[in-house]
Write a protein that binds this ligand. Sequence first.
Ligand code: F6R
Length: 242
Amino acid sequence: MKITEVDDYQAMSRAAADLVVERVRSNPQLILGLATGSTPLGLYQHLIDDYNRSGTSYRHVTTFNLDEYVGLSEQDPNSYHYFMNQYLFNHIDIEKTNTYIPKGNAQDLEKECSVFEERLKEHGGVDLQILGIGGNGHIGFNEPGTSFYSRTHLVDLTLSTREANERFFANLNEVPIRAVSMGIETIMESKEILLLISGEKKRDALHQLLHGEIDESFPASILREHPNTTVIFDKAAAGGGK
Ligand code: F6R
């Protein structure tokens, strides 16, 4: 794992955007894995700014998102479909038909998982996967205890994850209890991974990622075995600064 400490959230977002833009420019047909949540918002804003300023094109880029809540339609403002349109896709020249996000309201969710895996395989897998991390070490929605050999699957969200995401909903009862998530083995097959960690709430998670055991009780720990992972974290996550 390549580890980079930067001053703050803005510096993390800038460094991440520089890396993504470089990869898109050197491979205009990049298969880009995307995350939602608060962490990548700054990165996405930098990508939009770069698109407006320098015209980096996403016309031939294909994206695969990590996860989606079960039960929410694509139009639901809390769905990750909506999130991606709002914070990235509507502001760059990507073809929506080249963006894949698991459908949380599919009739047959098991089938949706295998269709998603199939699409990924057809595209030759993810070239660069963006990740955030949960306070409990989850990546995607792979909660502690998830097999390192998991493929895209249906997951029960832990109470701590639902509480962490409650801020986006009216109240805890509104937060879905299940999600579809890329599996850990699926994520590990990405050719390159960029993990972003910011803020003091992620302090313990960062510490455990860097110093803890590689164990299914802390899903992100498996990234230490990935041959091409970069972690960019800020001082607040490292235990100093803001
Ligand atoms: C989101 C995802 C999650 C988040 C994690 C951190 O697609 O897969 O693993 O990356 O929950 O969320 P934030 O960034 O909101 O702290």
